[in-house]
Design a binder for this molecule. Structure first.
Ligand code: MRU
Length: 352
């Protein structure tokens, strides 16, 4: 595998790295024990990396897809010259089907395809690369804005619970839920982060803890089933999570377990904040029931860290996202502002 010569040790902001005209993805399957990159030479390599969770998290998947379109166009131009648009269709389809729930994937592909439609003669790579870099930079910028906005909702110094990893690793950089957490920490409003371990992929223990420890933000891991007891023990004002797709009525798809966490938060009078860029809002999806939910191989659940743990013969039900209905969400925070008690009317106004 071709490893890039980095100027510095890779950090969470290097999860998606375009360097020397090549795409490298920090292999999130290997973290926190090993920091290695997967080199993607073609669009098909990037599609496989998305499916296999080398890169994960809705905005990071979108940014990766944008760079993958550049790779697909490069190969198509080399092979077919003037016929490049047709030659890259197969790779575009593979990319579109790489993971179903994260709407940022389709959003980024649509934005690249809009540009492609307007291109005529000549090598398309420079303009496509410019657009992919722009998508990447806009995502980082949006996260800083929404991070500060989300932190402004925290009134008094408190601890928070987060679920899965909605950090720099899951985005172009800085993070959504972890963007809010970073901004809250920087403004002295944060006591400690309780991070659900997030079975079966352990995004909480492996990735969120990795990011927060690097930043010096106090983090305690919770077994997923411990969140209710932790909320009952007090000292938590907010649950802060990201999202893979927000429907037009404010229903929120996020990592499996978010719905249960929102229910117990409401039972304990703790508020739920969903931090996401507007590229995660799908106005074409009327409600949560219309969101496609990815089901992955049961083997992910029957084992842990690659080793089997379940009784032989047991089967598994492994949907990897769930839908939290809008009425359990106290605030959706995007780079455009804050939507309190979200509903269809407020979402429509926000996106207008
Ligand atoms: O299966 P994953 O790891 O891709 O799931 C990621 C999540 O559920 C994140 O919370 C979501 O994508 C928001 S990331 C800013």
């Amino acid at each position: 595998m071709k490893q890039p010569l980095l100027q510095r040790k890779p950090g969470p902001d290097d999860a998606v790295l375009w360097q020397d005209d090549e795409l490298y993805l920090l292999d999130q399957r290997a973290l926190p024990h090993e920091e290695r990159f997967v080199h993607c030479a073609h669009g098909v390599d990037a599609a496989k990396a998305i499916t296999d969770m080398v890169v994960r998290g809705a905005p990071a998947i979108g940014v990766t897809a944008a760079y993958a379109v550049v790779l697909a166009a490069r190969s198509a131009w080399r092979q077919a010259q003037g016929n490049w648009k047709t030659a890259m269709q197969g790779e575009l389809e593979l990319l579109a089907g790489a993971r179903p729930t994260a709407v940022n994937l389709g959003w980024a592909l649509a934005r690249m395809q809009k540009l492609i439609a307007g291109l005529d003669q000549g090598n398309p790579e420079p303009l496509l690369l410019q657009e992919a870099k722009q998508i990447h930079a806009e995502d980082v910028q949006a996260n800083h804005v929404l991070g500060d906005l989300g932190a402004s909702l925290i009134e008094t110094k408190t601890s928070v619970i987060t679920h899965c990893n909605a950090g720099a690793l899951a985005t172009g950089g800085y993070g959504t839920a972890l963007g809010v957490i970073r901004s809250a920490w920087n403004s002295g409003k944060l006591e400690r982060v309780y991070a659900d371990e997030t079975r079966p992929w352990l995004q909480g223990s492996r990735l969120t803890a990795w990011e927060l420890v690097r930043d010096g933000i106090p983090v305690s891991l919770l077994a997923d089933g411990a969140a209710a007891a932790r909320l009952a023990a007090g000292g938590i004002d907010w649950v802060i999570v990201g999202s893979d797709r927000i429907a037009a009525n404010g229903d929120v798809a996020n990592k499996i377990g978010t719905y249960g966490l929102a229910l117990v938060a409401r039972a304990h009078g703790v508020k739920v904040m969903v931090a996401a860029p507007t590229s995660t809002i799908d106005m074409g999806c009327p409600s949560g029931t219309d969101i496609p939910i990815e089901t992955r191989d049961g083997a992910e659940l029957l084992g842990c860290a690659g080793r089997p743990v379940a009784a032989a013969g047991a089967e598994a039900w492994n949907p990897v996202f769930d839908v939290t209905p809008a009425h359990l969400v106290d605030a959706i925070v995007t780079e455009k502002g804050i939507i309190l008690s979200p509903d269809a009317k407020k979402l429509a106004q926000h996106m207008a």
